[in-house]
Ligand binder design. Structure first.
Ligand code: NAD
Ligand code: DAU
Length: 352
């Protein structure tokens, strides 16, 4: 029996990863450690919550005593760390929360893991840190890529906090010999993403005939990967990746925001039985996000070459499935977009 803690398992990517691990490895016990912030939702895991190899533990990764006792209680062998504050716009409004969760939370987990594993030795132990391509900064529109060796140049408080957490993970490897792995992934899309992020927000707004706030000119470029393919990559790196190494994960699938928005409009209109493009009038150009990175493009050749990973789903297929999912799961959307969320949403967009 391997006891694996997944932090942030009630969030978007974490819930897809837990589903994959719980179903694929009945011999592992998967412990989901999540604080259930606004972004955490146990409804994301309804289908696995009764599985015998799955446990949920509500708690804060910044709480050393809690983390320490959890590691002892389950005799934990490995941690896959996803818990984070993950939305760039929120980091502009409240950078302290990002430093606390993303930096101090990661450091708390590292220290607790090191202390717990030191007496028995680090053999067969692993701290896997899930990070983002945003740590590398921004690229011009010249066909260049982020590689694993690209120097860090974060611009937003979110990416600065993730960069800092990556540095702490490497420091624990280099200083104490803690077995670590890091992956840096591009933009994920798919079911269960909190509708503050571009794709679910826009699908929901098109459905409800609400304005689609395009930041700046809409010319910014992102590299989109289906969330299940990210989970598959994490599984592969966790089992086969080299300890101490970093792996970039991305779909070689770059889109200008405005192009993806027009595509979302066409698909959503069609699935709702409207004339394709009839929601184009909802496009509303608004003030740009401060420090808005122009382009992300991740080179994931190392992961392909060394571990044989490639995305399983074509983007056209993935995005169609995604729009369908949000339209069919209106109850899920309504439950996460009520109350406090609407207040935040209105404040965010009222002054743009
Ligand atoms: P998310 O915001 O959907 O989920 C984050 C989860 O972490 C939530 O369930 C939340 O309750 C939990 N959490 C937050 N603070 C916590 C705390 N103090 N203690 C315990 N749990 C806490 O995020 P996501 O989009 O699923 O991203 C997961 C990870 O992947 C993050 O580390 C993020 O930086 C990284 N990442 C995300 C993307 C993307 O496109 N979404 C791409 C690359 C990397
Ligand atoms: O690259 C990986 C990162 O992708 C992850 O580390 C982050 O956790 C995740 O949030 C995401 O960051 P982005 O800032 O790229 O994602 P977001 O969905 O917020 O925005 C995507 C693009 O769309 C970005 O250029 C900003 C733009 N945008 C976003 C929103 C929410 C708009 O034009 N309007 C909007 O309302």
């Amino acid at each position: 029996m391997k006891n694996i803690v997944v932090t942030g398992g009630a969030g978007f990517i974490g819930s897809h990863l837990i589903r994959l691990l719980v179903n694929k490895y009945p011999e592992y016990r998967i412990i989901n450690l999540d604080l259930l912030t606004y972004a955490g939702n146990l409804a994301n895991l309804k289908d696995v919550e009764k599985m015998p190899n799955y446990v949920f533990e509500k708690g804060d990764i910044c709480d050393f005593q809690f983390v320490d006792s959890l590691l002892h209680r389950y005799d934990v062998d490995a941690i896959i760390h996803l818990a984070a504050e993950s939305h760039v716009d929120r980091s502009v409004l409240d950078p302290f929360s990002f430093a606390k969760t993303n930096v101090m939370g990661t450091l708390t987990l590292l220290q607790a893991a090191k202390n717990f594993w030191t007496p028995g030795g680090f053999r067969n132990k692993l701290f896997y840190h899930v990070s983002t391509d945003e740590v590398y900064g921004s690229l011009p529109n010249d066909g260049s890529y982020f590689y694993e060796t690209t120097p860090y140049k974060p611009h937003s408080p979110y990416s600065a906090s993730k960069a800092s957490s990556d540095h702490f993970v490497r420091a624990f490897h280099d200083t104490y010999g803690l077995p670590v792995k890091i992956s840096n992934c591009s933009n994920n899309y798919g079911p269960n993403q909190f509708p503050e992020k571009l794709i679910p927000l826009f699908i929901n707004n098109i459905r409800n005939n609400r304005p689609l706030p395009v930041y700046g000119t809409g010319e910014n470029v992102r590299d989109w990967l289906y969330v299940v393919d990210h989970a598959r990559a994490i599984d592969l790196i966790f089992h086969k990746g080299k300890v101490g190494d970093t792996y970039n994960i991305g779909g070689f699938n770059e889109w200008k925001n405005i192009d993806i928005i027009r595509l979302l409009i066409r698909i959503t209109d069609r699935l709702l039985g409207r004339a394709e493009g009839s929601s184009d009038h909802l496009i509303t150009y608004v003030k740009d996000r401060p420090g808005h990175d122009l382009r992300y493009a991740i080179n994931s050749e190392k992961l392909h070459r060394e571990l044989g990973w490639s995305p399983s789903l074509k983007f056209e297929e993935g995005i169609e499935k995604t729009v369908e999912w949000y339209l069919e799961n209106q109850e899920w959307l309504d439950s996460v977009t009520s109350g406090a969320y609407m207040k935040y949403y209105e404040t965010m967009y009222s002054n743009r």
